[in-house]
Design a protein around this ligand. Structure first.
Ligand code: ADP
Ligand code: ZN
Length: 626
């Protein structure tokens, strides 16, 4: 039997070995320590480059496998790798995950008691660990710098490197200080990693971290296992509940809301409907936030309802869906948030409910935001790109990838517009009716109203407001009977999205734009997306339901037993379930039903340490199943 001591990776790390041997060593580490067969994407190229002492800037989508890009060099090169990570709350989990595969790692941050701190410091100086995690602010302290001088550093890994970008919403001033690593330790290779896709951010990272000679590794940002869907918002909470019940029963997921109040309400609503949901936003005290995050990471199938304050660095691999109940402010934000689904590569859903009110609200927020005109224009441009994604009749994925500068070919077959192509229709006449209603109210009567009232006029309704203002005498009164109210709301929303109509003021009143005139004078046709009569649905259940559904009945039962064993083991050890094994690994064990340790070791995700630790137990669970 293999004991954990046998897989100590230090014996693979002969630093004076020639490159060819190191290259074999990296594959050996991947197989023995992490239990994976082959490298993914350009992991191997990055690893070889860093092992050879080069600097690297790595851009890979979430779930692409960035961690191994520095963890394997950390094991192969001499000395201790120093990993800069912005999230002290997650360092313990990162270290636990490494410990579980038999890698010696530690962290230093403000949560440690003095004894543990001294112990970790001693381990670092003696080279008894291979990775040391630090928060960026630690490098501002003289004590930490002196400590680092006393040890031997194999490399610096700068995780979530986009935190250095002053324009991004994850900006951390302490990241700006990291360019000093290069000055103080010029011979130590640095690898910066991020999942942020834009080339502007990439250039900023390279400049601010003085990574001028670094080799850039840029992966495709496609996440083929994520199904993108954007649906018309009707009764958002009910729509969300239907999604969870029909497609993601028992699955872990994240629901993003714009405001703290809607986070609370949505979480309450889900709990009242039997969903294991928790709230997370900046208004909760730190202890509650930490406890909720912990539960989300550790327990199976928890739904986190959160503002965008939640999510960075969450490396839970089995988040099966990300739902947005409100419109994200930019495509960058949308991509980053949805990217938290399906790190493990299994099918996952990105679902967004979007409606007229979102456009009104976001435009209003931009109008009233602080900052100069340039800033507001920038916000508006970001919103426009997001709206274009929502209203497109093309493949969502193609549009997303093109936004990030990646040419896309054809439809993806795994987004709502590919699965149920929306019809478009010539909405020029409808647009003219709506715009002339706004025109008549505004220019003839000097009045402005919101979308609801304009639609009432078009539909010829006799409401109090209509009789009070005698709007039934307008020539446009009742000329819109060919469309339903929902369809009219779709028209308003799409005209707003295209800038053919604008909203103003606290009440979101409608007003014309310069471009409106082109439509009114028939110089411009307006093609609109037809509102689906009923919400689109995925063809089959996804997520954990799929994981089980695709297994033969017997294996599905085994999978559930393996999950129960994993839950108990994780609880006993106080680590997240995925630190023990990923769903994908349990699923393959259930499907293959290995009958010996040798067979078990061939399954992806079963490295030597986990085989030694859990092999017999797993075979026991399998034997009970037969
Ligand atoms: P990122 O940090 O880029 O979001 P991670 O490093 O967390 O991604 O990796 C995502 C998942 O893929 C992890 O669960 C990891 O164990 C797994 N993984 C990474 N590289 C490989 C590989 N070569 N083969 C199989 N699984 C891998
Ligand atoms: Zn598509």
């Amino acid at each position: 039997m293999v004991s954990p001591a046998d897989v100590s990776v230090t014996d693979l790390a002969a630093s004076d070995a020639p490159t060819a041997e190191k290259v074999t060593a990296t594959l050996d580490v991947l197989r023995r320590v992490f239990g994976y067969d082959s490298f993914r994407g350009f992991q191997r190229e990055v690893i070889d480059h860093v092992v050879a002492g080069g600097d690297a800037l790595v851009l890979m989508p979430t779930g692409g496998g960035k961690s191994l890009c520095y963890q394997i060099p950390a094991l192969v090169r001499d000395g201790v790798a120093v990993v800069i990570s912005p999230l002290i709350a997650l360092m313990q989990d990162q270290v636990d995950a490494l410990t579980a595969v038999g890698v010696r790692a530690g962290f230093l941050n403000s949560t440690l008691d003095p004894d543990t701190r001294r112990l970790v410091e001693a381990e670092f100086v003696a080279g008894e660990i291979d990775l040391l995690y630090l928060a960026p602010e630690a490098l501002a302290s003289r004590g930490t710098l002196n400590l680092l001088d006393r040890g031997r550093i194999s490399l610096f890994a700068i995780d979530e490197a986009h935190c250095v970008s002053q324009w991004g919403h994850d900006f951390r001033p302490d990241y700006l200080n990291l360019s000093m690593l290069h000055e103080r330790w010029p011979g130590v290779p640095r690898i910066a990693l991020t999942a942020t896709a834009t080339s502007a951010t990439r250039a900023e990272i390279a400049t601010r971290l003085s990574l001028t000679d670094a080799r850039h590794f840029v992966a495709s940002f496609d996440r083929p296992n994520i199904q993108y869907r954007i649906v018309p918002k009707r009764e958002p909470r009910k729509q969300l509940l239907a999604l969870l019940r029909d497609e993601h029963p028992g699955d872990a997921g994240i629901v993003y809301c714009l405001s703290r109040a809607s986070v609370e309400k949505t979480a309450d609503f889900l709990v009242a409907n039997g969903i294991d949901a928790l709230p997370y936003h900046a208004g909760l005290d730190a202890a509650t936030r930490a406890a909720n995050q912990q539960r989300f990471l550790r327990a199976d199938g928890v739904v986190m309802v959160a503002t965008i304050a939640f999510g960075m660095g969450i490396d839970k691999p089995d988040v099966r869906f990300v739902a947005h109940l409100d419109l994200p402010k930019s495509v960058e934000g949308y991509y980053q948030e949805t990217g938290r689904a399906g790190r493990d590569g299994l099918p996952s859903t990105a679902w967004l409910a979007y409606g007229l009110q979102d456009v009104v609200q976001q435009r209003k927020m931009i109008d009233t935001s602080e900052g100069d005109l340039a800033h507001r224009r920038n916000l508006a441009a970001h919103l426009d790109a997001m709206l274009a994604l929502c209203e497109t009749v093309r493949c969502r994925r193609a549009q997303l990838l093109e936004y990030f500068g990646e040419p896309a070919t054809g439809g993806c077959g795994n987004c709502d517009t590919c699965l149920e192509p929306p019809e478009s229709w010539d909405g020029t006449v409808a647009a003219q009716k709506l715009l002339s209603t706004v025109f008549r109210l505004d220019r003839e009567r000097n009045q402005r109203f919101g979308a609801g009232h304009c639609i009432d006029i078009l539909l010829g309704r006799s409401t109090d407001k209509i009789s009070q203002h005698r709007h039934d005498s307008l020539t446009v009164f009742g000329i819109g009977g060919e469309l339903s109210e929902a369809e009219w709301r779709g028209v308003v929303r799409q005209l707003l999205a295209e800038g053919l109509l604008a909203v103003e003021g606290d009440y979101g009143t409608l007003t014309l734009t310069d471009a409106s005139a082109e439509v009114l004078s028939r110089r411009r046709t307006v093609m609109l997306r037809r509102e689906a009569a009923r919400p689109a649905k995925a063809a089959k259940p996804r997520g954990a339901a799929t994981v089980v559904a695709e297994l033969p009945a017997e294996a599905a039962g085994t999978f559930e037993r393996l999950r129960a064993w994993r839950a108990a083991t994780a609880k006993e050890q106080g680590v997240p379930a995925y630190v023990i094994f990923h769903d994908a690994t349990l699923r393959q064990i259930a499907a293959d039903a290995p009958s010996s340790l040798a067979e078990l070791s061939r399954i992806s995700g079963v490295g030597e340490n986990k085989l030694a630790k859990y092999g017999e137990q797993l075979l026991g669970v399998l034997a009970d199943a037969t």
